[in-house]
Design a protein around this ligand. Structure first.
Ligand code: F6R
Length: 239
């Protein structure tokens, strides 16, 4: 595990973007595992800047996102599809047909979970996965539980997750209570993982995830077992 303390959020974002752009330059047909949330926004901004300078070309890249809410109407501005379009996809030359997110609007959600796992397998797995960290230790929407959820699955979002996400909705009641998320297996099978964590409010859970017991009660702790994990964090205290 490589743990890098960034000077500030801009530094964190540049460092993460550096790793991703190097991957795309070395393998223009790579599969990027992407995340939503506030943590990677600066990384996407930096990548867009380099794209605009012709330093990186996304035309051959495929992307698979970690998760999507269940039940938000198509095009809802808080859906993770909309977030990715607005924050990243529409600013770069990735082929829209090569951008994948789980579909939280299908009737048969179990079938959708299996389809998403098969899709990732068919793509040959994920070359590099970017992750944020939830206050409760979740990665993707794999919430604390008694067992690691291996496959893409439907989750009931925990109270802290709903509260944290309420800032994006008019009220807490509007936050969907379920989501569909890539499982731990696909995440752990990514050839490389970058975990980006910003803010002192994440310090305790980051420390627990990286140095505490490996337990499904802290889902991110499983990352200690990954062979190529880079953690880039920005907190006042050192891990
Ligand atoms: C987003 C995701 C979540 C977030 C996590 C941190 O696709 O899967 O696990 O990465 O909730 O969110 P932020 O970055 O908003 O603190």
């Amino acid at each position: 595990m490589k743990v890098i303390k960034a000077k500030d959020y801009a530094d964190l974002s540049r460092k993460a973007a550096n790793i991703i752009s190097a991957q795309v330059i070395m393998n223009p047909k790579c599969v990027l595992g992407l995340a939503t949330g506030s943590s990677p926004i600066g990384t996407y901004k930096q990548l867009i800047e380099w794209y605009n300078k012709d330093d990186v070309d996304f035309s051959g890249v495929t992307s698979v996102n970690l998760d999507e809410y269940v039940g938000l109407p198509e095009g809802h501005e808080q859906s993770y599809r909309s977030f990715m379009e607005e924050t990243f996809f529409k600013h770069i030359n990735i082929n829209p047909a090569s951008t994948f997110l789980p579909d939280g609007n299908v009737e048969d959600l179990e079938k959708e979970c299996a389809r998403y796992d098969n899709l990732i397998t068919d793509l040959g797995g994920i070359d590099i996965q970017i992750l944020g960290l939830g206050h409760n230790g979740h990665i993707g929407f794999n919430e604390p539980d008694d067992a690691f959820e291996k496959m893409t699955n439907i989750v009931d979002l925990g109270e802290t997750t709903i509260q944290a996400n309420a800032r994006f909705f008019a009220s807490e009641e509007e936050v969907p209570k379920k989501a569909i998320t890539m499982g731990i297996r696909a995440i752990m099978q990514a050839k490389k993982i970058i975990l980006v964590v910003n803010g002192n409010d994440k310090y305790d859970i980051l420390k627990k995830a990286l140095t505490g017991a490996i337990t499904p009660h802290v889902p991110a702790s499983v990352l200690q077992l990954h062979a190529d994990l880079t953690v880039i964090y920005c907190c006042d205290q050192e891990i």
